[in-house]
Design a protein around this ligand. Structure first.
Ligand code: SF4
Length: 250
C-alpha cells in the first residue's frame, strides 16, 4: 500500500492565502550576497508548498504567518538591484521558500528584470509548474529568466519519507522540466541526493535522459548542509543522510 501524504498543490493554495496579498508577496529580506553561481544576490522569500525535513530554511517555511513583510514587485526588484550592483552581481534570485507561489507577483518582478541588466534564477521544487502547463507557457516570454528545478529524492517512496508529501506528486518536477524544455525556457535540474546511493542517482539520471538527454550536462547533485535546526529535524524523524555538505565558515 502506498502511503498518502499532503498534496503540495493544495498546500500551495493555502500558503498563497498567507504569503500573497494582491501582487505583493512576503519576504524576510530583499538582497544579500551569496557565493552560488560565482556570486549572486538573493532575497529570502516566505512560503513553501513542501515540508522537506532536511530544509535549511526554518521560519519562512514552517511559520509563514509570523514571518516576513509584504513587498511589491518593484520593491523586491529595487532591493535586489541595489545589492547586486553594489557587489557586481549579474544574477539575482530569491530562495528559502518556493519561488512560483504568487504568480502575478513573480510575473511583474520578471517584467522588471526583463528591462534590466540582470538574469533572474527562479528556484522551484517544480510542483506548481508541473501541475500547470499554462504557468510554464507564460514564463516562456522571458529572456532573462533561468528556472532551477529541484528534485527531492530519487524515488516516490523516498520523496514521501523526506517531505511527507503524497508520492504521486514526485513526478511533477519531471513534468515541469519537460514542459519548460518544450517551451524553450532556460532551465536545469538539481537532485537533492543526500539520502541516495549510486543506483538511486543513476535512476534519476535515466528519467532525466528520457525527457531530454542534454539536461544531464547541467544536472546539479546537491547535498544538504547540517545546520543545527536541520540536525534536530532529521533526528526527530530518524533520517540519516549519507552525503552532507560542511557548514562554510567563510
Ligand atoms: S522545497 Fe525547498 S524551501 Fe521548500 S521545504 Fe523543501 S527544501 Fe525547503
Amino acid at each position: 500500500m502506498t502511503s498518502r501524504g499532503y498534496d503540495p498543490i493544495v498546500l500551495a493554495a493555502a500558503t498563497e492565502k498567507v504569503v500573497v496579498d494582491g501582487t505583493r508577496r512576503k519576504y524576510v529580506q530583499l538582497g544579500r550576497p551569496l557565493r552560488f553561481y560565482g556570486g549572486t544576490t538573493s532575497a529570502t522569500e516566505v512560503g513553501c508548498n513542501l515540508r522537506c525535513k532536511f530544509c535549511f530554511s526554518d521560519k519562512p517555511v514552517w511559520k509563514p504567518k509570523k514571518t516576513g513583510k509584504f513587498y511589491s514587485p518593484q520593491e523586491v526588484f529595487d532591493g535586489l538591484a541595489r545589492s547586486a550592483r553594489k557587489h557586481g552581481h549579474k544574477i539575482i534570485s530569491a530562495s528559502a521558500s518556493e519561488g512560483t507561489i504568487g504568480r502575478e507577483h513573480l510575473m511583474q518582478l520578471l517584467d522588471l528584470v526583463e528591462d534590466s541588466e540582470f538574469v533572474y534564477v527562479l528556484e522551484t521544487n517544480g510542483m506548481i509548474l508541473g501541475n500547470d502547463p499554462n504557468y510554464v507557457s507564460a514564463l516562456s516570454k522571458y529572456n532573462r529568466l533561468h528556472v532551477r528545478v529541484s528534485i527531492k529524492g530519487d524515488n516516490p517512496e523516498q520523496y514521501h519519507e523526506l517531505t511527507g508529501a503524497d508520492q504521486d506528486s514526485y513526478e511533477l518536477p519531471y513534468i515541469a522540466l519537460k514542459n519548460l524544455i518544450a517551451a524553450e525556457v532556460s532551465c536545469n535540474a538539481c537532485l537533492m541526493a543526500s539520502f541516495s546511493d549510486d543506483d538511486g542517482i543513476q535512476k534519476v539520471k535515466q528519467k532525466l535522459y528520457d525527457i531530454h538527454p542534454g539536461i544531464l550536462k547541467s544536472l546539479e547533485i546537491e547535498k544538504i548542509t547540517l545546520f543545527p535546526k536541520v540536525v534536530q529535524r532529521l533526528a526527530e524523524n530518524k533520517l540519516h543522510p549519507s552525503k552532507v555538505r560542511k557548514i562554510s565558515r567563510k
